[in-house]
Design a protein around this ligand. Structure first.
Ligand code: NCD
Length: 310
């Protein structure tokens, strides 16, 4: 399925370059409507989903600030979401409560008028479409595919939902090795480590970024997720040891790519952006195509896209 999505994403990129192709794509789902419900801050995920919808012609409505919805009148989040489903054919949602998006999907599946739900990020646990676009980026940017590669994930692995979801998807590839580089307080959680053990995906944990760099085929940097601090516990963490500097460019392979889900703070020095191996801005744009591919698959128009581009 991932490979199929990537082929559809590539096809969409190609086909929409000219007006006739773009118009044809925008006709595919012009009879459908999507709701974007983002109860947590978002720039990229929101904009890439919004534009992915528009590429396929879906009409969109949005709630980004829950104080403008009836939740302030005491409506339960469940009822609020149920209300969306009265008006639209697809719900895309980001929510701070772990498991909430999944629960909504379950409820919407059993509703009289089932509506698909796509997660745009759920608490600190999962961010599945980010993982899809991340693998799409690995697939596009690594010269001979994802199999057999070493991915070094750096930063707040405990609360970074992107690295958690990305770890799951590694089970679809052969011979991938993971290196988790984090402060001791912010290590990858046991549920993910157990998953990797079950699927015989080798991993190693370390606090030391420097020695991990030369073996990397991809370095995946992340931001400290201090919005999840209950009592400022990460305030004491010296995060600067988990930053990537321009000087580090000499320590990584010529083919190694540097990724980041963004937004960044100081994890990647701005001077790094000019290096060909820095792919995070391309990764951001890949998100729009990967999400459009996913939506087309959900509505069963992916075949048409592939047909049009061949
Ligand atoms: C990430 C997120 O929201 O989890 N951003 C994104 O979706 N691109 C990462 C982050 O906020 O650090």
């Amino acid at each position: 399925l991932l490979d199929r999505l990537f082929r559809v994403a590539d096809a969409l990129r190609r086909v929409t370059q000219g007006k006739p192709g773009a118009d044809a794509m925008a006709a595919l789902l012009s009879h459908k409507r999507a709701m974007l419900y983002f109860a947590q801050p978002s720039t990229r995920t929101f904009l890439s989903f919004l534009n992915a919808c528009h590429i396929l012609g879906l009409k969109t409505s949005e709630i980004r600030d829950t104080t403008t919805s009836s939740e302030v009148k005491g409506e339960s989040p469940q009822d609020t979401v149920r209300t969306f489903s009265s008006y639209v054919d697809l719900i895309i949602m980001r929510h701070p409560v772990p498991g909430f998006v999944e629960k909504t999907a379950w409820v919407m599946n059993r509703a009289q008028r089932p509506v698909p739900v796509i997660s745009g990020g759920s608490g600190k646990d999962q961010h599945p479409t980010q993982a899809i676009l991340d693998v799409y980026t690995l697939h596009r940017s690594l010269p001979d595919g994802v199999d057999g590669k070493t991915v070094v994930m750096v930063g707040d692995l405990k609360r970074g939902r992107t690295v958690r979801s990305l770890s799951y998807l590694m089970k679809n590839y052969r011979g991938v090795k993971l290196v988790f580089v984090s402060p001791p307080q912010l290590r990858m959680e046991p549920d993910i480590l157990d998953f990797l053990k079950r699927h015989a995906i080798p991993y190693r944990e370390t606090h030391d970024l420097g020695p991990a760099l030369p073996e990397a085929d991809a370095v995946y940097m992340t931001r400290i997720q201090d919005e999840h601090d209950a009592a400022g516990e990460s305030g004491s963490v010296d995060y600067s040891r988990f930053d990537f500097h321009a000087a580090d460019l000499g320590r990584i392979k010529k083919t190694c790519i540097i990724m980041h889900p963004l937004p960044r703070r100081n994890e990647i020095e701005v001077a790094v952006d000019d290096d060909d191996r820095a792919v995070f801005w391309r990764q951001e744009r890949n998100g729009m195509w990967a999400r459009a591919a996913l939506i087309s698959y959900i509505f069963g128009v992916d075949e048409e896209i592939l047909g049009r581009s061949s």
